[in-house]
Design a protein around this ligand. Structure first.
Ligand code: NAD
Length: 251
């Protein structure tokens, strides 16, 4: 590890120790070391297919079949993935009492798997580990949806109201979830340190939270392999691997 990275990690440690309320904010980059590729790095499998918009999903049964087929293919590909040093690092920051919750753009559920309670994770883009009815909001497990899909070549209807089931993620064109957005706003307004890890900070409205934290007087730290549009505004920028930083940090 370079001297400059060691010094940045020491500064990060001091900033966290000196903070009253730290807001955590993560993106796809925190899960690459778990084995799940991010969205924008070269060769991304997520860019291979044209995304199915929410509108198309609602209108077209064939689009729904394609969406479910893609989903199960991706799930199989990354079924061995587990939380990374970064997830464990964030869980330990929450356990320390300084970080009330982690705001995440991720849909993989790894913050919960690394030990955080549901109320300690604010999911801006939903969760891909289960399905939801678009009419009544009822939760359905993926194993059930898949069982039905593989036998009937069609996803099942909601067991409660007969509505359309969809992975509980937010698709292009779908409204942002109200409660997580409200909670993210409250935490961002309250924090005096906002820590970003593994996000290109180009997806809106999610990327507005770090900018708002800074405008509101919080200090901003960005830990990301590559530069982001908010680097100029940040108090500390660490261009490094999340695992390397958190392994050192936890130690
Ligand atoms: P992004 O792909 O736009 O950006 C990820 C950033 O993380 C990149 O700038 C990359 O350089 C950096 N990065 C990757 N691995 C890193 C590492 N080990 N250490 C440090 N930096 C690393 O991701 P985003 O900003 O979160 O936006 C993409 C959207 O795609 C989000 O909405 C997210 O929901 C979705 N997505 C989620 C997952 C997931 O849940 N695991 C995976 C892919 C995409």
């Amino acid at each position: 590890m370079t001297e400059s990275l060691k010094s940045s990690i020491a500064t990060l440690r001091d900033m966290i120790q000196g903070a009253r309320i730290v807001a955590g904010f993560t993106g796809a980059g925190i899960s690459t070391e778990s084995g799940i590729p991010d969205f924008r790095s070269p060769g991304s499998p997520w860019m291979r297919n044209k995304p199915i918009s929410f509108e198309l999903f609602l209108q077209d049964p064939e689009a729904r079949r394609v969406a479910w087929r893609r989903k199960f293919t991706m799930d199989d590909l990354y079924s061995g993935a587990r939380p990374s040093a970064g997830h464990i690092g964030f869980a330990s920051l929450v356990a320390s009492g300084r970080m009330p919750a982690v705001i995440t753009q991720n849909i993989d559920g790894f913050h919960q798997e690394s030990g955080l309670r549901e109320d300690q994770v604010i999911e801006l883009h939903g969760n891909g580990t289960y399905a939801k009815c678009l009419s009544c909001g009822g939760r359905h497990e993926l194993a059930y949806v898949r069982y039905h899909f593989e036998r009937n070549s069609d996803p099942p209807e909601c067991m409660v109201c007969g509505g359309i089931l969809k992975s509980a993620t937010i698709s292009f064109g779908q409204a942002m979830p109200e409660e997580p957005m409200r909670r993210a706003q409250t935490l961002t307004a309250a924090c005096d340190l906002f820590l970003v890890a593994g996000s290109s900070l180009v997806v809106f409205p999610a990327a507005a939270f770090p900018a708002f934290a800074k405008e509101n007087g919080a200090r901003l730290v960005i830990l990301n392999r590559e530069p982001t549009p908010l680097d100029q505004a940040a108090d500390l920028v660490i261009h490094a691997e999340i695992g390397e930083v958190f392994s050192e940090f936890i130690a």
